[in-house]
Ligand binder design. Structure first.
Ligand code: PEP
Ligand code: MG
Length: 328
C-alpha cells in the first residue's frame, strides 16, 4: 500500500474516468511544510495560523508572523497556500487574549472565537493582515476567514486588509501580485446567504468539523457523540450538495477542508455529491489519491443521487457495499 501511495506522489490526482481532483493538505506549522513534497499534495488548502499563537507564551509580534508566512510561502514554491486568519478564543483560549468581562463560556465552540475575536480586537487582525500582505509581496496571497456567519463579517474583515494594503501602497512596499479572498463555510447560517456572499469571494472552504457539530448540535469534542452522527449522513451530504449548487457558475472554488475529506468512504461520498477539491491531513493524501484512481465519478454521482433522493437506512452500509463491489 505504502509503495502504491508513494508511486502516486508525483502523479496528478485523477479519478478512474479522468476527472482531475485537487488534493491539498492542511498545515499549521513550519515543520509541516516538508510534507508538501513528501505527499505530492497540490498545495496547502488550510494553513491554520492560530497554531503560532497557541504555541507562543505571548502574542506573536507582527515581524514573527511575517517571517512564518514568508517561510511557508517559500517552502510551498509554486503551490498555493490558503492562510486562514486566526481561529482562537472559545476552546482555544489564550491566556494573553482574554475577553474583557471574561468568565468561562458555557459553549466555547459557539462563543467568542475566530472572526468574532478578530473583528473586535482589530489590532490583532490588522497586524495579521499586514504580516500576510508583506510576506506575500510579489506572489499570490490566498486569505480565508474562519467562522463567517453572515456576509457583513466577511466585508468587515476584508476592509481591514484593504486598509493595510492601502497603507503598504503608500509606503511603496512590494505588494502581492494577486489577492484572493475566501470564507470558511462552517456555520450553517452562511449557507443561506451564498447569493450575497458569492460575488465577493474567490473561494469557499467547507469546514466539516465545525459544520457537523452545528448541523447536529453535537459537540465535536464529546466522545460520547462521536459515533452518533455520521459524516456520511444524508443530511450533511444534502447540505454540501446544495452549497455546491448554490454557487455553481459563480466562479467560486469550493473545497472541503474538514477531517472527513481524508477518510476513504467519506471522500467517496464527497466525490459523489460533486466535490472536486479537498484539503486533508497529510497522511491521507496518498490513500485518497489512490482511492480516486478506482472511482468512476459518473457511477458514484448516479448512486449518490439515488441515495439522497431516497435515503437508505444506512448510507455508510450502502457506500461500503458499493465500494467493495468495485474492489475499492
Ligand atoms: C473545520 O471546522 O472543519 C476546520 C477545518 O477547521 P478547524 O478544525 O480548525 O476548526
Ligand atoms: Mg472550524
Amino acid at each position: 500500500k505504502q509503495a502504491a501511495w508513494a508511486a502516486l506522489r508525483d502523479v496528478e490526482p485523477r479519478t478512474k474516468d479522468g476527472v482531475r481532483v485537487t488534493v491539498m493538505m492542511n498545515a499549521g506549522l513550519r515543520d509541516d511544510m516538508p510534507m508538501l513534497s513528501m505527499t505530492g499534495a497540490d498545495g496547502i488548502g488550510l494553513f491554520r495560523t492560530e497554531f503560532q499563537f497557541l504555541v507562543s507564551a505571548t502574542l506573536p509580534a507582527r515581524e514573527r508572523q511575517t517571517r512564518l508566512y514568508r517561510d511557508v510561502l517559500e517552502a510551498a514554491g509554486d503551490r498555493p497556500v490558503v492562510f486562514r486568519t486566526v481561529d482562537i478564543g472559545g476552546d482555544k483560549a489564550l491566556p494573553y487574549l482574554r475577553h474583557d468581562d471574561d468568565g468561562d463560556e458555557e459553549n466555547p465552540a459557539m462563543g467568542w472565537r475566530a472572526l468574532r475575536v478578530a473583528l473586535e480586537r482589530e489590532g490583532l487582525l490588522k497586524a495579521q493582515a499586514r504580516a500576510l500582505l508583506e510576506a506575500a509581496g510579489g506572489r499570490t496571497l490566498n486569505v480565508m476567514f474562519p467562522m463567517v456567519s453572515e456576509p457583513w463579517e466577511f466585508d468587515a474583515a476584508k476592509a481591514v486588509f484593504d486598509a493595510q494594503l492601502k497603507w503598504l501602497k503608500g509606503q511603496r512596499k512590494m505588494l502581492p501580485q494577486e489577492i484572493r479572498y475566501g470564507a470558511m463555510l462552517e456555520v450553517p447560517a452562511l449557507a443561506e446567504m451564498l447569493d450575497v456572499l458569492a460575488p465577493k469571494i474567490s473561494f469557499l472552504s467547507i469546514g466539516t468539523n465545525d459544520l457537523t457539530q452545528f448541523l447536529f448540535a453535537a459537540d465535536r469534542a464529546n466522545p460520547k457523540l462521536a459515533e452518533r452522527y455520521d459524516w456520511v449522513s444524508p443530511s450533511i451530504l444534502r447540505f454540501i450538495a446544495r452549497v455546491l449548487k448554490n454557487v455553481e457558475g459563480k466562479g467560486v472554488d469550493v473545497a472541503v477542508c474538514g477531517e472527513m475529506g481524508g477518510r476513504r468512504l467519506e471522500a467517496l461520498a464527497l466525490i459523489g455529491v460533486g466535490v472536486r477539491r479537498l484539503s486533508i491531513t497529510p497522511a491521507s493524501v496518498g490513500p485518497i489519491k489512490e482511492l480516486l484512481t478506482k472511482v468512476d465519478t459518473r457511477e458514484i454521482t448516479e448512486a449518490m443521487q439515488g441515495w439522497l433522493a431516497n435515503p437508505p437506512a444506512s448510507m455508510r452500509a450502502e457506500l461500503v457495499a458499493w465500494a467493495s463491489a468495485r474492489g475499492i
